[in-house]
Each structure stands twice: as C-alpha cells, then as structure tokens.
Design a protein around this ligand. Structure first.
Ligand code: HEM
Length: 153
C-alpha cells in the first residue's frame, strides 16, 4: 500500500510538471533592456529603405523605384508612432509620459517630412527631394540622441 501511495505521488508530480511546461505562469517581460523590440524591427525597415534612397535620390530615372522606397519609409514610420521606445522603462515613472509624448511628436514630424519627400519626387523635383532626405538624416540623429538608450550612433 505504501509503495502504491509513493507511485501515485510520483505520477501526480510528473503530470504536474508536464502540464506546466508548455504554459509558464510568469511570462518573460516583453522587452527588457538590451532585447530587440518591435520598434527595433520598424527601424530596421527604415534603415534599408533610407540607405537605398540616399544612393539614388538625385537620379530622376530612378524616381519610380525611389517612390516605392519612400512608401516603405512612410509605412515603417507610421507603424513606429504607437510603439514605446525601450528607453522609456529606464526612466523614473514620473518622466515616462512626457518622454513618450515627445517621441510621438518627433516621429510625427518625421512622417510629415517623408510625405513632403513623396510630393517632391512625384513632381520630379530631385534637388528638393535630396535636401528633404538630408533633413530626414538630421532628424534621425536627433531622434536617436534623445530617444534611444545610450550607445554608439
Ligand atoms: C531615416 C530615419 C531613421 C533610420 C534609418 C533609423 C534606423 C534605426 C535603426 C537601424 C535602429 C536599430 C539599431 C540601433 O539601435 O542603432 C534604430 C533604433 C531606434 N530609433 Fe531610429 N531610425 C530613424 C529615425 C528615427 C527617429 C526619427 C526616431 C525618433 C523619433 C528614432 C528612434 C529610434 C529609437 C527610440 C530606437 C531604439 C529602439 C527601441 O527603443 O526599441 N529613429 N533606428
């Protein structure tokens, strides 16, 4: 009888372990410092489009392709607006709301410039498009200085 009880306890223990393993009760935090975030993904998309645009913005023959790249830049910046920068969780709670509001405002300014870039390219104004693109590069540096966790640029 004693052996049977031991066996039951053992089996119950195994069943319990199996039931728990696929669904941990405490999920890992979504984006602890140093982990990649959803914002990181939309930024990666921006990087690809931005880099290619820089190489061809002055060339009117590439305008159809440039407009496709601008559309990628636009949707990645739109998608970035509601995302929360990683740095937010490193700040004291009292500062977070203001920080996120400033980030959203900057990203909306960035998006407005991207829309100007689209208009200039559609009008075949490549010189104007090139200067808007360089402004976007400046906004990138400002955005990173202010809203990214401190690391290399
Ligand atoms: C042409 C424009 C931009 C490009 C190509 C770009 C590219 C990138 C890339 C490749 C990363 C990830 C790698 C890294 O941390 O260095 C990143 C991160 C980041 N970028 Fe940008 N970025 C641009 C504009 C902006 C702007 C305008 C803002 C702010 C309004 C911004 C805010 C951030 C933040 C906060 C992160 C860190 C990710 C996180 O907090 O999860 N970026 N960016």
């Amino acid at each position: 009888m004693k052996t049977l009880t031991h066996l039951f306890v053992l089996l119950a223990g195994c069943a319990c372990l199996h039931a728990e393993s696929p669904a941990p009760t405490t999920p890992a935090p979504k984006a602890a410092h140093g982990q990649e975030t959803e914002l990181h993904d939309t930024m990666d998309e921006m990087r690809g489009a931005f880099k290619k645009l820089r190489s061809q913005i002055a060339n009117p023959d590439a305008n159809a392709s440039s407009l496709q790249l601008v559309a990628r830049l636009r949707s990645a910046s739109e998608a970035s607006i509601p995302l929360i920068p990683e740095k937010t969780q490193l700040l004291p709670e009292a500062d977070r709301e203001k920080f996120v509001a400033a980030y959203v405002a900057k990203m909306k300014d960035f998006l407005a410039e991207v829309q100007k870039l689209e208009t200039a390219l559609k009008a075949g104004k490549n010189d104007e498009a090139a200067s808007i693109l360089s402004r976007l590069g400046t906004m990138q540096k400002e955005g990173h200085r202010e809203f990214r966790p401190a690391k290399k640029d």
